[in-house]
Design a protein around this ligand. Structure first.
Ligand code: LLP
Length: 413
C-alpha cells in the first residue's frame, strides 16, 4: 500500500498511526505529516531523472519545517530558496551550500551577501540589474559565484492565475528573447560565472504540454549559449508538478521525466528540478475538530477549529481540498460549508460540499495540505499558529509546538 494517509475499515490513518491519537496528544488544529510519503515522493523524483545528471532542489517555500528539511537533506536533496531565512533554514537542516539555488525577484543586498558568504551553488537572477548587484557583491569579496538567469518564455501553464509565473504579464524572469544579449553583457562583469538558464512557468501544473514547451525553449536557448562559448554547467527546469486534490491519480515524477528527459538527454549540463508541492503536498493533512453545526435559512455550516489563518489556500485561490471525517460512519451526506472561527466570510475550508453527518467533537482531515499549508498560516484574529507532528516509522512525534500568547506578543516593543 502507498505510504501516507489511507482509510482502513472506515478509519483514516497515517502509516498505521491513529489520527485521533495524534489529535488528542497534540491538540487541534494540527498539521500531520508522513515521513514515508515524503521520502517516497523525493525518491520518485530522484529515480525519474536518473537518465540525466540531475539535482532535485526541494523548494522550501512549500514547507520549511526543520524536521522535514532534515529528512530531505539526509536523502541528498538540494534546496531552492527565496529568502534569507529560507537560506538559514536550509543551512541549519544540513543542505550542503553548493546544492542550494537562490531564486526570487526581490533579493536584497543583505540576502545576496549572506548567500555569497554561505557559499551557495547558484543565484538564480531575475533581471539584468540583479546580475549587476550580485557581481558587485561577489567582486567586493574577491569571489566568483555561479549565476543562472531566469527566463520568461510567455507560456500559459493552465493553472490558477495567481500561481502562473511564466507569462509576459508576470513579474518573473526576463524575456527569453532578450536573454542572450543580457548574458553577453553579464559575461564581462567580474565575479559572475554564467552557469545556465532557468525557467519556472507556474505551480499546480496538471497538463505536461506547457512544461514540455518551456523545456524545449530552455534547451534551445542553452544550446545557443553553449555554441556561443558560454561555459554552462546546469539547466534549471523549475518545479510546478501538481497534486490531484480530488484524490484521483496524481501525475507522477516518472510521467514528467518521460516527457522532459528526451529533450534533456545528451546535454553537457546537470538538470536542476525545483519541486515543492509534489514532494510534500500529499504527505500532509490538517486535522481539525468540529465545534458547532449551524443552519442559516436552510444553509448548513460545519464550524471547525481551523480557519483561514491555518490554511489560506481555499480563501486565496478558491482551492479545493478534500475534507473527510477521520472516522466514517457512512450514511447520507448533507451539503455543507466547512468554515472556521475567523471573522471573515472568506473563512472557509470547503464550500457546498457533500459531507457525511458529523457531530461536534468529530475529527476531520483536510487532505493534501503538506504544501503551502502551514507556511502560509498567520496569526490573524490573534490565533496561534498550529502545531505540527510527524509520523515516523510507526511512531508519532511533535515537530513544532502550538504557539502561545507569549509567542505572539514576544516581538512587541
Ligand atoms: N521554483 C520557483 C522559482 C518557484 O517560484 C516555485 C513556486 C517553485 C520552484 C515550486 O513550485 P511547486 O513545485 O511547489 O509548484 N502558494 C501557492 C503556490 C505558489 C508557488 C510559487 N512558486 C499555492 O498554494 O498553490
Amino acid at each position: 500500500m502507498a505510504p501516507g494517509f489511507q482509510r482502513r475499515e472506515g478509519v483514516l490513518g497515517c502509516d498505521g498511526v491513529s489520527l485521533e491519537e495524534a489529535a488528542v496528544r497534540f491538540g487541534t488544529p494540527l498539521y500531520l505529516y508522513s515521513k514515508a510519503a515524503l521520502v517516497a515522493a523525493y525518491t520518485a523524483y530522484d529515480r525519474a531523472f536518473d537518465p540525466v545528471p540531475h539535482r532535485i532542489c526541494y523548494a522550501l517555500k512549500a514547507n520549511g519545517s526543520g524536521a522535514l528539511l532534515r529528512i530531505l537533506a539526509g536523502l541528498g536533496a538540494g534546496a531552492d530558496i527565496v529568502s534569507g531565512f529560507e537560506l538559514e533554514a536550509a543551512l541549519r537542516a544540513g543542505f550542503p551550500p553548493k546544492l542550494i539555488v537562490f531564486s526570487g525577484v526581490g533579493k536584497t543586498t543583505d540576502e545576496i551577501a549572506r548567500g555569497l558568504d554561505a557559499g551557495i551553488g547558484e543565484f538564480n537572477a531575475e533581471s539584468e540589474e540583479e546580475l549587476g548587484r550580485i557581481s558587485a557583491a561577489a567582486s567586493a569579496r574577491g569571489r566568483t559565484v555561479g549565476v543562472t538567469l531566469r527566463v520568461n518564455p510567455d507560456i500559459d501553464p493552465k493553472s490558477h492565475a495567481y500561481i502562473s509565473t511564466g507569462l509576459r504579464q508576470n513579474k518573473f524572469g526576463v524575456d527569453i528573447a532578450l536573454a542572450p544579449d543580457i548574458l553577453r553583457r553579464a559575461r564581462n562583469l567580474p565575479g559572475l560565472a554564467i552557469a545556465g538558464v532557468q525557467c519556472h512557468i507556474g505551480s499546480q501544473i496538471t497538463d505536461l504540454e506547457p512544461m514540455e514547451q518551456a523545456v524545449r525553449d530552455l534547451v534551445a536557448l542553452s544550446n545557443r549559449l553553449l555554441a556561443d562559448g558560454f561555459p554552462l554547467r546546469v539547466i534549471d527546469i523549475g518545479g510546478g508538478l501538481g497534486v490531484d486534490y480530488e484524490g484521483g491519480t496524481t501525475l507522477q515524477p516518472a510521467a514528467l521525466a518521460a516527457r522532459l528527459v528526451p529533450h534533456l538527454e545528451g546535454l553537457p549540463l546537470t538538470v536542476l528540478v525545483e519541486p515543492g508541492r509534489s514532494i510534500v503536498g500529499a504527505a500532509g493533512a490538517l486535522l481539525t475538530r468540529v465545534l458547532y453545526l449551524k443552519e442559516n435559512r436552510g444553509k448548513q455550516f460545519v464550524i471547525v477549529d481551523a480557519g483561514l489563518n491555518d490554511l489560506l489556500r481555499p480563501a486565496l485561490y478558491s482551492a479545493f481540498h478534500r475534507v473527510e471525517p477521520v472516522v466514517s460512519r457512512g450514511g447520507e451526506t448533507r451539503r455543507v460549508d466547512v468554515v472556521g472561527p475567523v471573522c471573515e466570510t472568506g473563512d472557509f475550508l470547503a464550500r457546498d460540499r457533500n459531507l457525511e453527518r458529523v457531530q461536534p467533537g468529530d475529527l476531520l482531515a483536510v487532505r493534501d495540505t503538506g504544501a503551502y499549508g502551514f507556511v502560509m498560516s498567520s496569526n490573524y484574529n490573534m490565533r496561534p499558529r498550529a502545531a505540527e507532528a510527524l509520523v515516523d516509522d510507526g511512531g508519532l512525534r511533535l515537530i513544532r509546538r502550538r504557539e502561545t500568547f507569549e509567542d505572539l506578543t514576544r516581538t512587541e516593543v
